[in-house]
Design a protein around this ligand. Structure first.
Ligand code: SER
Length: 319
């Protein structure tokens, strides 16, 4: 991995992954791909090249790959679960037609491709606790449908054409640089922003609804390490369960309250998000990732909470 195109570089994952890759591969071209209306700013703009990279335009992707001699594509373009329910056709267009364009470019030009899957690729019939790597995947949300299809299409391109596709199923990602946009797990990010700002948090997910979550540094580590993994050890490719913590809103609120005692939360459950959350696993089994490429997360709920509070206080200039 030397010259990398990050599609969706201004989103929640992309904004941090692009910077990590630029730090780790200073000799490479790490191109920040974006769509008009979501332009890179500040350090993301200044620290390396950026290009309009709309997944729906294969020609555009192909010319970026040529110009920068791209060998690896991180495809982070997606509508998250709640937004995708409101705009299912657009979600399909971006997630599926977009992926097909990327895989075709990768096939022609010999690029490796990472397209994340998600806990959203599972559904109500999936075993909820210690969800196995290989199990029932019958999601009911459009987001989930596109994620299962992403896994299948990525494996298809690997088996049929030898395209080096690899991926992980991300849990809800908690971060403090760029907010997520329209996911079911967003509450676990927004709760920290409210707590640090001294605001009451109105929780859209019900008490007792557990989901897998992960702190962004671990998610970035997974995204990079899977692409560096020794291919001879990989039994799976698209896509690996990865896990680090699982909690419901009560556990998260109590953890924040142990650091910020005056923090207040009340519930106003959003039926659409709650239904999606209920259909997802409580806790994934990530033993295949641990066995095949030595995956191991660094953060638990305690260390993440400490780091989130310190980082957000700094971000908002709060002592
Ligand atoms: N974080 C995503 C969402 O909530 C799931 O992968 O949509």
């Amino acid at each position: 991995m030397k010259n990398v195109l990050v599609i969706g570089s201004t989103g929640q994952i992309g904004s941090e992954l692009t910077m990590k890759l630029r730090r780790e591969i200073p000799e490479g071209n790490i191109v920040a791909g974006y769509i008009p209306g979501a332009e890179p700013k500040g350090v993301l703009l200044e620290s390396g090249p950026s290009e309009i990279a709309d997944v729906r335009d294969g020609q555009q992707l192909s010319s970026i790959v040529d110009r920068y001699k791209i060998d690896t594509i991180y495809n982070l373009a997606a509508l998250l679960s709640a937004v995708a329910e409101k705009k299912p056709l657009l979600a399909w267009d971006i997630q599926m037609n977009g992926l097909l364009n990327i895989l075709e470019v990768a096939r022609e030009k010999g690029c490796a491709v990472f397209t994340p899957s998600s806990i959203g690729s599972f559904g109500p019939e999936t075993p909820k606790v210690n969800t196995p790597q290989d199990t029932i995947q019958r999601p009911r949300s459009m987001y989930g449908v596109t994620k299962v299809a992403t896994e299948l299409l990525s494996d298809y391109y690997y088996h049929k054409y030898g395209v080096d596709t690899r991926s992980v199923r991300f849990p809800g990602l908690i971060s403090n640089v760029t907010l997520p946009g329209g996911g079911t797990t967003d509450y676990a990010v927004e709760i920290y922003y409210a707590a640090v700002k001294g605001e009451e948090f109105v929780c859209p997910i019900a008490a007792g609804t557990f989901m897998d979550m992960m702190y962004m540094p671990d998610a970035l580590k997974a995204a990079v390490e899977i692409m560096h993994a020794d291919p001879s050890r990989l039994i799976h490719r698209n896509s690996f369960n990865v896990a680090s913590m699982s909690f419901d809103p009560e556990i998260l609120a109590a953890k924040i309250r142990s650091r910020i005692p005056e923090f207040r939360m009340r519930y106003e459950v959003d039926p659409m998000r709650e239904e999606i959350a209920q259909s997802w696993p409580d806790k994934l089994d990530d033993s295949c990732a641990r066995a095949e490429w030595d995956w191991a997360p660094s953060y638990d709920l305690d260390s993440m909470t400490d780091d989130m509070i310190v980082s957000l206080r700094k971000k908002f200039g709060i002592e």
